[in-house]
Design a binder for this molecule. Structure first.
Ligand code: NAD
Length: 311
């Protein structure tokens, strides 16, 4: 029986995921959280350490090492490969205290080779290692409806991870061996990166031709141009009430993260000699936006803003 669950990386995705995991297991297990940004961990403590009979119900760790010392089930949700490398293998990292009783799930989007390396090193310690990147955005993270794309050594490891992932997601899909979760995620996000630009170009063209954006979006969404970017995450402000676009492109999925995902896709395409014309073009646009200080902190749907500001 698990005594304490650990969560590392309480960002736009990690925080709502940690809250759902905490709520799902609060009667069975205690919690420990870690983020390099101490403010997020103290906010988590303030909001969730409310049990007067158990002051240690939720703890903030000083390092990933402390998380591994205290918790046997650990989820990590970090920006990119280098952060995962630091948290797992760096000084005071997870690895120093991992052993046979641990199960570790990494939900970050990183390259296949880092996911495979993490799994190999953890398996040598007897630890169960799962790559479980997600799709569904911050809305899906809050609602607990994420899709998890899971890579694991065995089906048994997958089944062990499932009860935890089910508290944060709706579709938990087994993708095959370690690293395969990342393969599915990288492919999905290349398509998403392209479709967000395509939707932005379409909406911008329609608006400049004099069409009401809500009306245009409604038509697209019942026609053959419909896609997730047009329907669930429309990049034109005002089309959807709760979209990143409507709240000034704040929160959501940061442009540097999308640029990173397209870099992962383009690198994978080079390695596998695959042609990704549109993926590479999309990468160029997100790179340009990521290098612009008015855009680097915005949600990736600001591709629409970029186009609408260009004559
Ligand atoms: P984010 O930048 O909002 O959050 C990352 C968190 O990790 C931050 O709180 C940061 O302080 C923390 N962090 C960074 N380095 C750390 C370290 N060394 N130790 C501990 N904590 C550290 O990112 P996010 O939007 O939550 O995305 C996380 C991952 O999920 C990324 O790989 C991203 O590509 C992927 N993802 C994001 C979305 C989305 O819509 N935002 C959707 C699907 C997948």
């Amino acid at each position: 029986k698990v005594k304490r669950i650990g969560f590392i990386g309480l960002g736009n995705m990690g925080l709502p995921m940690a809250i759902n995991l905490f709520n799902g297991f609060k009667h069975e297990a205690d919690f420990i959280v870690y983020d390099i940004n101490q403010k997020t961990t103290s906010n988590f403590l303030r909001d969730h350490n409310t049990d007067p009979n158990n002051k240690e119900k939720v703890k903030a760790a000083k390092s990933p090492l402390e998380v591994a010392q205290e918790a046997t089930v650990i989820v990590t949700m970090l920006p990119a490969s280098q952060h995962v490398e630091g948290v797992y293998f760096g000084k005071d990292g997870l690895l120093e205290a991992l052993g046979e009783n641990h199960i570790v799930m990494d939900a970050s989007t990183i390259d296949q080779s880092m996911a495979t390396r993490v799994a190999k090193v953890l398996h040598e310690k007897g630890t169960k290692a799962i790559d479980a990147p997600v799709s569904g955005g911050t809305g899906g993270a809050q609602a607990g409806t994420l899709t998890f794309m899971v890579g694991s050594r065995t089906n048994a490891d997958f089944e062990n991870a499932k009860p935890y992932l089910e508290k944060m997601g709706k579709n938990i899909v087994y993708c095959g061996t370690n690293g395969n979760g990342q393969v599915a995620k990288i492919c999905n996000n290349m398509l998403l990166g392209i479709s967000m630009i395509a939707t932005s170009e379409t909406m911008n063209l329609g608006v400049r031709m004099g069409m009401d954006p809500k009306l245009l979006a409604g038509i697209l969404n019942t026609s053959s141009g419909r896609c997730w970017s047009s329907e669930v995450y429309n990049p034109c402000p005002g089309v959807l009430e709760n979209s990143a676009a409507t709240r000034g492109y704040t929160g959501g999925f940061g442009i540097p993260l999308m640029a990173k995902d397209l870099r992962l896709a383009v690198n994978a395409a080079v390695e596998t000699k695959s042609t990704v014309l549109l993926g590479a073009l999309a990468q160029q646009l997100y790179n340009q936006m990521a290098a612009n200080k008015n855009y680097e902190h915005l949600d990736f749907s600001a591709a629409y803003k970029w186009l609408s500001e260009n004559e």
